[in-house]
Design a protein around this ligand. Structure first.
Ligand SMILES: Cc1ncc(COP(=O)(O)O)c(C=O)c1O
Length: 425
């Protein structure tokens, strides 16, 4: 979604000072926008008396200052690695507020998660016997629905569940809970994630419906009352101007009906959890780049300071698009004659682009390109090929701009050997 008018109104007039002070390039995130989205997300469920919690997917924007904001809006965190767990407890998230959804999990990761005593969401039955120490009282499993997701419900990014590495196959799910119960677990959750960047709320409704159906099966077979169902992340944002926003109110209303029906039948009802990343922070970040070259080949190119190390999505997914705005040297939005251009960085790969064949006002050297929707899966996915580095990250709040991530430097990349040696003789 192109940045909100409010974000634009607070950012653009201040860009000259921000650029003068911090230089370019940078991502800048909007605290106000993140708070507003979280409040309306939580409000959609609480106003319908649904026992709801958002566990922000840390992988989308793993920055302490952003996590402080999110925690203060009463959210927990979905973590998938030791560094993400450490970020969560660095912002003093309580064990109940951290869900560890890992896959191909190592013993070190389980040890760390057990030390934190967070909620373990197991990706496979084999992990029942691999958890070190006492088996946790509360445990969750990630479900792989297999052939239950077909047709237009197969998400283009996640793919067909039967080809996926994630989750316990639906045919084995009752057995998994039975085994966990046998190990001493007394409380249980159920999770799945079968969408990514999905704008159709009915797909999430059918995900919830499936989780409730499986919860009912587990209750019937084992007498286990699932305490929470977690529909995962994957809520889409309208990256393109013509895209429609995800209908969160529509999802919440349908969720209410499903949960009430479940409660009427079974006399208990699971809490509803969600672990959105993109939906929460995605629209509230932009990447500000200066145009360093404009050149003509068989196509027209606009060369900017950084592309893929700051935002991989367009290079990585053929369907990905990020809206761009051109500002002139004086930071005034450009209009007038247009031209189709590709916005590229300097990496020795043709996919190092922020936009392909996009219609923009004619761009000149020294202009600025604002790439929208970089608040999730942007800097977090960046990489260092060719020794190119990720840019700084700034946070716009009511009265100031704060640097919450310094630009990487050559010193960060330099890794000398420690000359540890073993003799082979
Ligand atoms: C397990 C899990 N949960 C949540 C998310 C967040 O997804 P999104 O940012 O699209 O909401 C991801 C993303 O890859 C994920 O793998």
């Amino acid at each position: 979604m192109p940045m909100s008018e409010s974000f634009q109104d607070r950012l653009f007039p201040n860009l000259p000072r921000i650029v003068e002070h911090f230089g370019t390039p940078f991502h800048i995130y909007d605290e106000k926008g993140i708070r507003k989205t979280l409040q309306s997300l939580i409000g959609a469920f609480c106003s319908r008396r649904i026992d709801f919690k958002e566990f922000y997917a840390v992988k989308a924007l793993p920055k302490l200052d952003i996590m402080h904001i999110i925690k203060s809006e009463d959210c927990g965190f979905d973590c998938s690695s030791i560094p993400e767990l450490r970020l969560a407890y660095d912002v003093q998230a309580t064990p109940d507020d951290i869900m560890f959804t890992s896959n191909n999990t190592s013993q070190e990761e389980f040890k760390e998660a057990m030390t934190v005593r967070c909620i373990l969401n197991l990706d496979d039955e084999i992990f029942i016997d691999k958890i070190p120490g006492n088996f946790p009282e509360l445990v969750s499993f990630r479900l792989n629905p297999g052939n239950r997701k077909t047709g237009d419900e197969v998400n283009s990014i996640i793919g067909n569940p039967v080809d996926s590495k994630y989750g316990v196959p639906i045919e084995n799910i009752v057995r998994a809970y039975g085994r966990a119960k046998g190990k001493g677990a007394t409380s249980f959750g159920l999770h799945t994630m079968v969408c990514s960047n999905d704008l159709d709320y009915t797909h999430l409704v059918s995900t919830l419906s499936l989780l409730l159906e499986v919860s009912a099966l587990i209750y019937r077979e084992l007498g286990i009352r699932i305490q929470f169902v977690n529909v995962g992340g994957g809520v889409g944002i309208p990256y393109r101007l013509e895209d429609k926003s995800f209908n969160m109110e529509g999802f919440a209303e349908a969720a209410k009906i499903l949960l009430l029906r479940f409660e009427a039948f079974h006399r208990f009802v699971p809490k509803l959890y969600m672990e959105s990343g993109r939906y929460v922070t995605g629209p509230h970040g932009v990447l500000v780049n200066r145009v360093i070259n404009v050149y003509e080949k068989y196509k027209s190119f606009v060369g900017v300071e950084v592309a893929m190390p700051a935002l991989m999505r367009v290079g990585m997914y053929s369907s990905a698009y990020h809206h761009c705005t051109v500002l002139d040297k004086n930071f005034i939005p450009k209009d007038g004659p247009t031209r189709i251009v590709t916005i590229a960085g300097s990496i020795c790969e043709n996919c190092d682009v922020l936009a392909r064949d996009i219609l923009l006002p004619v761009v000149e050297e020294g202009d600025y390109i604002i790439t929208h929707d970089t608040g999730a899966h942007g800097s977090a996915m960046g990489f260092n090929y060719n020794g190119r580095t990720r840019p700084q990250e700034l946070l716009l709040n009511d009265h100031s701009v704060l640097r919450i991530g310094v630009a990487e430097t050559y010193e960060d990349l330099e890794r000398h050997g420690d000359y540890k040696e073993i003799s082979l003789s």
